[in-house]
Design a binder for this molecule. Structure first.
Ligand code: PEP
Ligand code: CO
Length: 447
């Protein structure tokens, strides 16, 4: 058990990025309700994910963490969940096939509802409004009433996470994710594109491999690994009251787990060593992550590892670098070296999104596909140079045909951004760009 830690010990530490809830009683009422609800995940599942991530830490698996920047209360449909899962499965197949190692699939899904923001307020027209902090907190429409944090949204987030997870479990265990359907995952609007064609080739190879196995006498009908997949859930553990309310003691081990998701991470803005977020996550048994930006120092990263993973358990801690394409190689190498030399068994993942965001001439927040590829290239190079494993990627994507990130083989330009810009927060890769990325990563890591 972690020393001097309880699910509420974070409350004695400074907690940045917390909403200003207008009524403390309403907040406590919502949190009490959530604390009485069933957990969303089971501690044993979090341990399975940790075991899978331990393989990533030793270079024997690859982490694909992907999904929305912010899930939406409005875009809450079976189609939306299915399309996201579909593109994650497609990417995973391409990566598994080309890298020859298991791909650990973790969605930014079923709980990714809260956003850290650079400013507490924004000015729209002449009005200064509280900033939008994710659907778990408030609504983005530019009215004071919409922007006022509402604790009932915490309860709604719990329920949406529960039904999203329910559908994910149904899809991943009930036949949708069956490898025999590998061709069917290709959506029509993708299938005719260059990326879709490349995917088709891999899918055909997979089919051929399955036929080969059958011909050799291997029973592919009964082997569940071919018919089911594990897709784990994750989100940024930002709103600590919500996370505390879902933190439960595992009856098997006595360990505390944050049962709001399998994996939780700490964001770039909340990773203060003496802050509430680090305090909270150091005590839960789940595998955890922490974002690290380009200003991260070696002293900091070592202290972070000591705090979050003092027992040096492989798979427990994932460091997610988000440094920007220009800085990643030089900023990351000393950190990799320090962590390696200190003997900390971390998973290294690359978030190529958050260090490459800029505002397009039309005012849209965007990212360029080539910068995203370029950051991953720098990340892989840094690991190659230090003799460590570029363990995975952490990306924001959707299965829909949106136009939020520039470039890719469709060559989306500034003028295209308005066509289908639907994100409630950061710009996401669309289905084609996501497949293209999986292909490019395969090439980068294989060579
Ligand atoms: C995010 O992952 O959506 C995010 C806000 O990232 P970061 O904390 O790295 O800025
Ligand atoms: Co984001």
């Amino acid at each position: 058990m972690t020393k001097n830690w309880t699910p509420s010990s974070w409350q004695a530490y400074p907690a940045v990025q917390q909403p200003e809830w207008p009524d403390e009683n309403d907040l406590q009422h919502a949190l009490k309700q959530i604390a009485s609800f069933p957990p969303l995940v089971f501690a044993g599942e979090a341990r399975s994910l940790q075991a899978a991530l331990a393989k990533v830490a030793t270079g024997n698996a690859f982490l694909l963490q992907a999904g929305d920047c912010a899930e939406s209360f409005e875009e809450f449909t079976a189609v939306n969940i299915r399309e996201k899962l579909r593109v994650i499965l497609q990417m995973a197949v391409m990566l598994t096939y080309s890298l020859g190692v298991p791909v650990v699939k973790v969605g930014r899904i079923a709980g990714q509802f809260a956003k850290p923001r650079s400013n507490n307020t924004e000015t729209i027209g002449t009005q200064e409004l509280p900033v939008f902090r994710g659907h778990m907190v408030n609504d983005p429409s530019p009215l004071v009433a919409s922007r006022t944090p509402d604790p009932a949204r915490l309860v709604q987030a719990y329920h949406q996470a529960a039904s999203t997870l329910n559908l994910l479990r149904a899809f991943t265990k009930g036949g949708f994710a069956d490898l025999n359907r590998v061709h069917a995952w290709n959506q029509e609007f993708v299938a005719s594109s260059a990326e879709g064609q490349r995917y088709e080739q891999v899918a055909t190879e997979v089919e051929r491999a399955l036929a080969f196995m059958r011909a050799c006498g291997i029973d592919t009908e009964t082997n569940s690994a071919l018919h089911q997949v594990d897709v784990f859930t994750s989100h940024e553990a930002l709103i600590l009251g919500y996370e505390e309310a879902l933190t439960r003691q595992d009856s098997l081990t006595g360990q505390w787990y944050d049962c709001s998701a399998h994996m939780l991470w700490i964001g770039e803005r909340t990773r203060q060593l003496d802050g509430a977020h680090v305090e909270f996550l150091r005590g839960v048994g789940n595998p955890i992550g922490c974002k690290i930006g380009k200003t991260t120092t070696t002293d900091y990263v070592i202290e972070l590892c000591e705090k979050l993973n003092p027992a040096r358990i492989p798979g427990r801690l994932t460091l997610i670098s988000r440094m920007g394409a220009n800085d990643v190689e030089s900023a990351l190498r000393p950190l990799i070296r320090a962590v390696r030399d200190a003997g900390h068994p971390v998973v290294w993942a690359c978030d190529p999104m958050h260090g490459n965001t800029f505002t397009a001439p039309n005012g849209r927040k965007t990212r360029d596909f080539k910068d995203i590829v370029s950051e991953i290239t720098g990340f892989v190079k840094a690991h190659r140079a230090e003799g460590t494993w570029p363990g995975g990627i952490h990306v924001e994507l959707t299965g829909e045909n949106v136009t939020e990130c520039l470039g890719g083989s469709e060559k989306l330009g500034n003028d295209d951004l308005d066509t289908r810009y639907e994100t409630v927060c950061d710009p996401r890769l669309n289905a084609r760009q996501s497949l293209d990325l999986a292909f490019q990563i395969s090439e980068l890591i294989r060579h």
